[in-house]
Design a protein around this ligand. Sequence first.
Ligand SMILES: Cc1cc2nc3c(=O)[nH]c(=O)nc-3n(C[C@H](O)[C@H](O)[C@H](O)COP(=O)(O)OP(=O)(O)OC[C@H]3O[C@@H](n4cnc5c(N)ncnc54)[C@H](O)[C@@H]3O)c2cc1C
Length: 460
Amino acid sequence: MQKSDLLEKLQQIVGKEMVTTSAAELYCYSCDASQVRGMPDIVVRPVSTEQVSRIVRLAYDNGIPVTPRGAGTGLAGGSVPIEGGIVVDMSSMNRLLEMDLDNLQVVVEPGIVQEKLNEALEPYGFFFPPDPGSSAMCTLGGLIANNGSGMRSVKYGTTRNYVLGLEVVLADGTVINTGSKTTKSVAGYSLTDLFVGSEGTLGVITGAVLKVRALPKERSVLLASFENPELAGKAVVKVLSSGMIPSACEILDRNIIEAINTYDPNIGLPRAGAILLFEVDGTENTVREGIEMIKEACSSLASSIRAASDKKERDEIWAARRLVGAAVSRLDPLRTRVYVGEDIGVPIKELPGMLHKVSEISKEFSMPIMTYGHIGDGNLHTGMCIDVLDEKEWDKLNMAADKIHRTAIEVGGTVTAEHGVGSARAEYMGLELGKGLDVMILIKKALDPKGILNPGKMGV
Ligand SMILES: Cc1cc2nc3c(=O)[nH]c(=O)nc-3n(C[C@H](O)[C@H](O)[C@H](O)COP(=O)(O)OP(=O)(O)OC[C@H]3O[C@@H](n4cnc5c(N)ncnc54)[C@H](O)[C@@H]3O)c2cc1C
């Protein structure tokens, strides 16, 4: 089909103002927050499920690639149209359709920004727990498609745990509903789970029924300092195996501490080889008891432990933690943070060993690695900064990232705990999933026989 014909047909579906082929706008859709690049031919912004269905059907009939996009904050190139075609920008479908709080659930369109949902829920005393560092920007559709998570997942779980049902447009334009509004249902295969984390390769999510929870009454934050990251890793194993599950458990290594203190000197994090930030939430009693349990579990390993003095300090610490990804670039103005090899997850007891191996890999490739992340989930963000104009630095970075990925898999871990596979990590799927990847490919072929949905992603 000629591009001009495609443009005309899409304009008939969504109206002229909701389609663009302007070079400047297309450029904005050629990347996400990763290093992956790919130019779309056309961008369309539907406002209803019916429009999405007609767009996808048109693409199906003509064999045109379709890449769904939320806010483009992904860190693996998931929403980048590496084979061109149509980008379906879902951000205009952003209505909160129903707040059914007696049933502890909401019905949403996918384009709502995560934080906006929580702003709407807060006055009623509820919240949607998945809490990525990008919550002020990313959409619920992107979170569901990536099964994203964040600081609270150590206690509250990942996005998958909050999706009761989905409305999905399949590759041929058919609209289906998965799941139900009940908290339990075993009727049929769990199609909801199939689409959660499918990164736009199996269907376009046009609606979701999400679980919400009551806001905890109290919170308290503890900062524990350690001589090195391995000791911090050992402390995490001790805390979690003591039966205490904090509502957040984050690690910041020496470089990250310096980056945050440089970014905002008022924060003044203690200088140490590593810091663990613990948050405990719940009733006054459970918080007090939880804090004592963490202190006791860390006491033989930490060089110092202190509680955040008040809500202001607590809020400042979490605001700083959210900025880490950007703050690391402040350490060396000549280098840029590159999101490669940055999202491994390992089983909890492997954390001290993995942290040690990361420092060995850093030495082996003479590549400074700054480690932070949701360590309570076994999730480590190994941040690297390079001179992006220097090919040799790219080579070193790729070799170090490859070793990080392979080491994580060797110890029973994963190359991506939350950021997704996209095209950035697709090459590791065979190694990590084995014959499971063959099953994924069969599912992809069954649901998307022409391979139009987000082609080139996830190894399928
Ligand atoms: C500063 C920063 C911090 C971050 N911190 C975290 C973190 O703590 N935890 C975490 O998990 N992630 C984090 N991320 C990564 C990113 O924000 C998440 O992956 C987020 O879920 C992506 O949402 P999005 O709306 O930007 O989706 P996009 O980047 O637009 O898309 C992501 C994927 O979802 C697909 N998709 C989007 N919408 C739909 C839809 N409606 N139907 C089907 N498929 C769809 C796309 O095709 C793509 O494959 C961070 C990113 C940044 C920049």
